[in-house]
Design a protein around this ligand. Sequence first.
Ligand code: TYC
Length: 103
Amino acid sequence: MSDNEVARKVKVKVKPKLERPKLYKVMLLNDDYTPREFVVGVLKAVFHMSEEAGYRVMMTAHKMGTSVVVVCVRDIAETKAKAATDLAKEAGFPLLFTTEPEE
Ligand code: TYC
């Protein structure tokens, strides 16, 4: 077989490499005014957390200043953080959810 024929038979498979999307953390920030039960209620309503998970996340922010709520793609993180912050604002509380890129 000539070199040309060998070359013709070699099939190069090109596997398209899908980039993994960058992930973002939704952070819960502590404050001195929002009632604990309200924070848990928002975590349940917006992030579909159980009472127990919501309580744990709320208490972490209460004690440490911040807590990670969820890690997801940017669009979802920003939408959820805004929905949760808006719920609090409508109720007259200064509760804040922010987003930041994961390391
Ligand atoms: N620190 C608030 C209080 O004592 C409760 C609270 C917890 C507020 C977590 C915000 O992210 C927060 N009423």
